[in-house]
Design a binder for this molecule. Structure first.
Ligand code: SF4
Ligand code: SF4
Length: 261
């Protein structure tokens, strides 16, 4: 009987995983086709439109654009992944200050070129040039460390998306029914996002919102055998009584009793 249950869990897991993965691959393909189409129509600033879309969606749902549409992300996921050694990045590259510094320099160069270099015959190439720089650095980082290393720590739009996504009403959360098995952690393309949250859920039994670095790829949700990871309205999930596990309820009662005594 136990074996049957495990098999069912395994099947639903695989189905969920392939469902999310298939949809995401389709939307990534849509992002590439849209970029090529806009470029073909001579809309050379198309990537500025993409950046606006990435930041606008981050305000409501975090880095969803990075995981589901960004053509650079698709390139790293589908091509660079095949040659990446999947190594940890050195500490200085993963420091938030490196990401902030790179973002400031990147934006300063872009703004300078747009404002002060207006009469050069090559000004139309500036937006494409910025995208080429991002793709080149993303490729180097992916080929040296891990595929989405650039997205996790360096990409200026990712850095801004993290800041804007802090108060987004829609978040990824681990629910109180997490079993701490860490199956999800191995599926995350952005490294150790899940570990801390799993530890906190284990400690408190309460739902935990994942780091703002999360790009909502849903790999973890598809892999979780307990169906404990969800994307949705943060407050509703955090306050939903049905999301709180029995051990957590018991822990809360103990806390309350201790506080009252
Ligand atoms: S969220 Fe799911 S996969 Fe991750 S540790 Fe908890 S039970 Fe395991
Ligand atoms: S935490 Fe989950 S949804 Fe977020 S990037 Fe990692 S695997 Fe994807």
């Amino acid at each position: 009987m136990a074996q049957t249950t495990e098999t069912r869990k395994g099947q639903s897991c695989t189905q969920a995983k392939s469902m999310y993965t298939n949809i995401r691959h389709t939307t990534q393909l849509f992002g590439i086709i849209l970029a090529v189409l806009l470029l073909g129509l001579g809309i050379y600033y198309f990537n500025i439109l993409f950046v606006i879309a990435a930041l606008a969606t981050a305000l409501f749902a975090g880095r969803v654009f990075c995981g589901w549409i960004c053509p650079n992300g698709a390139w790293l996921d589908h091509v660079i992944r095949r040659i990446s050694p999947n190594r940890k990045m050195p500490g200085f590259l993963t420091s938030p200050w490196f990401g902030y510094g790179f973002t400031v320099v990147f934006l300063a160069i872009f703004i300078y070129l747009r404002i002060f270099v207006t009469d050069a015959p090559w000004t139309w190439t500036i937006p494409i040039g910025m995208m080429a720089v991002q793709m080149t650095i993303g490729t180097i980082v992916g080929a040296m460390y891990y595929p989405r290393g650039f997205c996790a720590h360096v990409c200026p739009w990712g850095v801004l998306g993290k800041l804007l996504g802090r108060t987004a009403p829609y978040q990824m959360q681990i629910q109180g029914n997490c079993k701490s098995c860490r199956t999800c952690a191995a599926t995350c393309p952005l490294g150790g996002i899940l570990d801390d949250a799993i530890d906190r859920v284990k400690e408190t039994g309460r739902p935990e919102t994942l780091s703002t670095n999360c790009m909502r790829c849903m790999n973890c949700a598809g892999a979780c055998p307990a169906n404990a990871i969800r994307f949705g309205p943060a407050e509703v999930q955090a306050n939903g009584a049905e999301e709180i596990s029995e051990p957590a309820k018991a822990a809360r009662l103990r806390e309350k009793a201790t506080a009252e005594s």
